[in-house]
Ligand binder design. Sequence first.
Ligand code: ZN
Length: 274
Amino acid sequence: MKLATLRLPRRTAAVRIDGELAVEVGSPDVGALLAHHDWRERAAAADGPRHPLTTADLAPVVPQPGKIICVGLNYRAHILEMGRELPAYPTLFAKFADALVGPYDDIELPAVSEAVDWEAELAVVIGAEVRHATPERAREAIAGYAVFNDVSVRDYQNRTLQWLQGKTFEATTPFGPYLVTPDELDEGGLSMQCEVDGEVMQQADTADLVFPPAELVAYISQIVTLRPGDVIATGTPGGVGHARRPPRYLTDGSKLVTRIAGLGEQVNTARRHG
Ligand code: ZN
């Protein structure tokens, strides 16, 4: 099942995607849908108003997650090419919901930086409350997967040891187009690509993840309760602009395309504000 959040005049609506149709499922967004313990049955049975997908204006899949937890350094080949050892523990940091944009929205280039970079990532969306999860329970708590680009403002990220200020600039992070439930794909072998102005910058496979999704859910749930709608961005592979010589960054008008096999693609234009 594919789920998305549709922007409509004066409201938003969670929808199930059936081919070229978006069918309303009775909740204002996917986060609100997932808060119902029987969200799978509700979404599968819904027969609400229908909208053509081709003209749909999509919001971030979950527009207001309670938590967005991001993982640094999680692709084997990328870590080894950087000359580092494989980590014993995941690097974790956070982003706030204000950072999110829809899958076809503009990315806001901050007025204060010229060093805005891309990070294609597989996002995990939580579908059940979970704390101190076993690996099996962690797996069951995953509602689905979606495309995410952890767009990063490198000069701010590297001003201090803590990355937060470079990771949560407003309206920088596309999330969507939709969530796909785990029964419809094998999250351990999805090919991922990131293109800037038609040039492939990142190409990887989620089989290369050091800490796969269920392991991350289990680990993070030892720290804090994960709740429906919470998001874990699982980290990016090699090919980011900051690591290139010379470095490459997004500029006004740059077209960023991020796709993961089975999860669709985002197309975002970078626009300078202010
Ligand atoms: Zn990242």
